[in-house]
Unconditional design. Structure first.
Length: 138
């Protein structure tokens, strides 16, 4: 990516027992709850000293209850998210779109507190990858 990917921003997993998994990651690994809803929890797993971190999006582990149908506008599950610099977002979106790889684009704060925009594509084994950038203009 020519240095455009800055660092991991999020890992999202479907889980069978949300309370047990949240307790495990809190008690065993020491992660703090960043955002909790009845069917998903975002655990803060570090700090981002970047524009994405500055708009309220720390690196997170998202745990989603496997039994609940998830609104696809909220997230895709079992995905990895990487931060890209805001100034390179449009260029990267155009590059991936030209290859026919972009499967979805979205922006926040429609459902969450941070101001960001992202696009999603699939790797060769169809895992979902997200490239996310801070969006100070929202």
């Amino acid at each position: 990516m020519g240095g455009r990917v800055l660092q991991i921003a999020e890992v999202a997993l479907k889980v069978d027992d949300l309370p047990t998994m949240v307790a495990f990651y809190q008690d065993v690994l020491g992660f703090e709850i960043h955002l909790a809803r009845p069917h998903y929890v975002f655990l803060k797993i570090g700090e981002l000293d970047s524009s994405l971190g500055n708009v309220g999006h720390p690196p997170i582990l998202g745990l989603f209850d496997r039994q609940i149908a998830l609104d696809v506008h909220l997230s895709t599950l079992d995905h990895l998210a990487f931060e890209v610099a805001s100034e390179h977002y449009e260029e990267e979106l155009a590059r991936f779109s030209a290859k026919g790889m972009v499967i979805r684009e979205r922006s926040w704060p429609d459902s969450l507190d941070w101001r960001a925009r992202a696009f999603f594509f699939r790797d060769p084994e169809v895992n979902v990858i997200e490239l996310i950038a801070a969006d100070e203009n929202r």
